[in-house]
Write a protein that binds this ligand. Structure first.
Ligand code: FAD
Length: 566
């Protein structure tokens, strides 16, 4: 709809609460736009419901809160420029709405569609209150490229569980819908907030102090739509980089993000993925050639979408037990090992530098995430991906329910990823793009004076070299907590065994084409025309409903359990 049409439209005279959760923006926010178009009074609300977060075990560290508060401040100042404000409510969301639907004489509630199970649960409860109070509820999809329920419906009620399958489904869907127009002065012109509410200090901005939190390090990612859009524009100016972008070629050791670094903005919805996707389209259209999914920039947005779809349809997606697509692995429980990994004390500088970057800044490159996730799980420590997921959820600025769980399952070899024989070496991986160890020196200053020869393996440096570097291994920096060569080999054997026992689960997220590659890479004699591959695929499809049903009951078939290693 054009601006002209908006002004010509017959306006309804609602009193509306627009409920911001994610979607912290003016651009491509159709539910906000709807509120503005149909209302006399609009109350933009953000509810800080800490008990809800506790109940659903949603973790959020100080850096993440700082980012969110910056987003809310940005939103508030933009709303104030048009005579509105942001109401930051504290406490239980349902109680807030039950009280304020009456207090503010509300007739309409607008909000984005969210797909996480806890959002759906809470939205259903709030909708019920709204219906009881005669309040109309209006919502639109804007956090994802597509309406993911529609994708699932189109795919026969199941989520495509491989990227290739997903792409096939999208081919029929066509391009994602265009972003809706940005809310501007014209949209705000006929909306106001009654003066009394505008001045009510109970809904003033939250602070870190109020939350009892403090950030130790300055922020490299300032939250908010204004900053997010500025960053997008800056990237899009570099059209050569945009068109040639190939994710695997970006460096995890770069001190500034070698990828876009936009993930925190997408996660909290300061930036619309549809906006970015279609801006990329325009640049691609002008280029002679450009990279393609899965490695291109649009391909990255599709990965995000892929995990959203998988998460929406898979029971217990963020845990292992009862999750039908996830290998059931008897991980070790070792609190001390987990603590050392989290606190950047593994004794492997490459791993510790990444964990230190995560603690300080809340963002690390995708391949660096690969390195630490593999190390924690199938590579070295054999600790459950759920533990890593929890740490990431708390420390990442871009923590995202679906994407985090999906990637952790991937890296731990529990689902989606089948080249499990590839274990990342905590010494060689970083060296490839940063032989001098600049990244390690930046994030582990204790090692900054080690010569390049030993920076990835300081324990191998002769004592006089350690003394000259001002860091004695065992005193100033720990020895490696495991022998990588030995444990990775043991873990590999264990993983092989588990995959063999739970073959049907592995096949659920394995494409036929991937299966051929895996098979060929493991056994050069096997033929791509091997009929057993099709048979196995059929077996898997037959097994799927059984697994789903079992997962729904919260248990997996007993034949799928493995014996715990001592
Ligand atoms: P770019 O490469 O510039 O990509 C653009 C956007 O595409 C990203 O901002 C993101 O929204 C999306 N994207 C890129 N890679 C992926 C991917 N592999 N899966 C899904 N979406 C992707 N990303 C999160 O946003 N939140 C998380 O909680 C999260 N947890 C992760 C946990 C692990 C163990 C791993 C290995 C990866 C995780 N990722 C997560 C995915 C990925 O690492 C980040 O999205 C990416 O590094 C963000 O940097 P960027 O914005 O520069 O990405």
């Amino acid at each position: 709809m054009t601006n002209k049409e908006v002004s010509m439209e017959v306006r309804e005279q609602h009193n509306t609460i627009h409920w911001f959760r994610k979607g912290l923006r003016f651009h491509d926010n159709p539910s906000l736009l709807h509120a503005l178009r149909t209302s006399r009074h609009v109350y933009p609300v953000f509810v800080m419901d800490l008990d809800f977060m506790k109940d659903f075990k949603i973790r959020s560290g100080a850096n993440q809160w700082r980012f969110v508060i910056e987003c809310l401040q940005d939103l508030d100042s933009r709303l104030r420029a048009y005579g509105l404000r942001l109401f930051v409510a504290r406490g239980n969301a349902e109680a807030f709405f039950a009280e304020h639907f009456r207090k503010w004489n509300i007739t309409q509630l607008t909000h984005d569609v969210e797909t996480e199970h806890y959002h759906r649960f809470r939205d259903a409860a709030v909708r019920k209150i709204a219906v009881d109070e005669g309040v109309e509820v209006v919502n639109y999809v804007a956090h994802t490229l597509y309406n993911i329920d529609k994708i699932i419906e189109y795919n026969g009620g199941t989520a495509p569980l491989t990227y290739r399958q997903f792409q096939k489904v999208l081919k029929d869907f066509g391009a994602p819908p265009q972003a809706s127009e940005t809310a501007t002065a014209e949209h705000f012109a006929s909306c106001s907030v009654p003066l009394e509410a505008l001045r009510d200090e109970r809904y003033n901005m939250v602070t870190l102090e109020e939350l009892g939190m403090r950030c130790e390090h300055p922020s490299k990612f300032v939250g908010g739509e204004t900053e997010g859009l500025r960053r997008v524009e800056k990237h899009l100016q570099n059209q050569g980089w945009v068109t040639q972008f190939e994710k695997p070629k970006t460096a995890p050791t770069s001190l500034l993000p070698s990828t876009t670094g936009l993930s925190p903005y997408f996660s909290f919805g300061c930036l619309s993925v549809r906006h970015f996707y279609h801006r990329l389209d325009k640049i691609y259209a002008k280029a002679k050639n450009h990279s393609l999914p899965p490695v291109s920039l649009q391909g990255q947005l599709l990965w995000r979408e892929f995990f959203y779809v998988a998460a929406a349809q898979t029971p217990n997606f963020v845990v292992m037990a009862g999750n039908p697509i996830c290998l059931q692995i008897p991980w070790y429980e070792n609190r001390e090992h987990l603590r050392r990994w989290r606190n950047a004390e593994t004794g492997f500088p490459w791993i510790d530098a990444i964990m230190s970057q995560l603690q300080q800044e809340g963002w690390v490159h995708h391949l660096a995430r690969h390195a630490v996730a593999c190390f924690l799980t199938r590579g070295d420590l054999w600790i459950s991906w759920e533990e890593g997921q929890k740490v990431f959820e708390e420390l990442l600025l871009d923590a995202d329910y679906s994407v985090n769980a999906g990637n952790w399952m991937w890296l731990s070899g529990s689902a989606f990823y089948h080249q499990y024989t590839r274990i990342f070496c905590p010494v060689r991986f970083g060296k490839r793009t940063d032989p001098d160890g600049t990244f390690i020196r930046a994030y582990l200053p204790v090692l900054k004076d080690f010569p390049a020869q030993y920076i990835y393996e300081p324990w191998k440096a002769p004592l006089d070299v350690q003394e000259a570097a001002g860091c004695i291994v065992g005193m100033d920096y720990p020895f490696p907590m495991v022998d990588h060569e030995i444990v990775s080999q043991q873990n590999l054997e264990l993983m092989r065994e588990i995959r063999e026992q739970q073959r049907q689960i592995t096949l659920l997220t394995l494409d036929l084409a991937d299966r051929l590659t895996t098979r060929l890479s493991l056994s050069p004699q096997s033929s791509p025309n091997d009929p057993s591959i099709n048979t196995q695929r059929e077996e898997t499809m037959r097994a799927a409903p059984v697994l789903r049903e079992a997962a729904g009951r919260g248990n997996v078939p007993s034949t799928l359990t493995t014996t715990m290693r001592s």
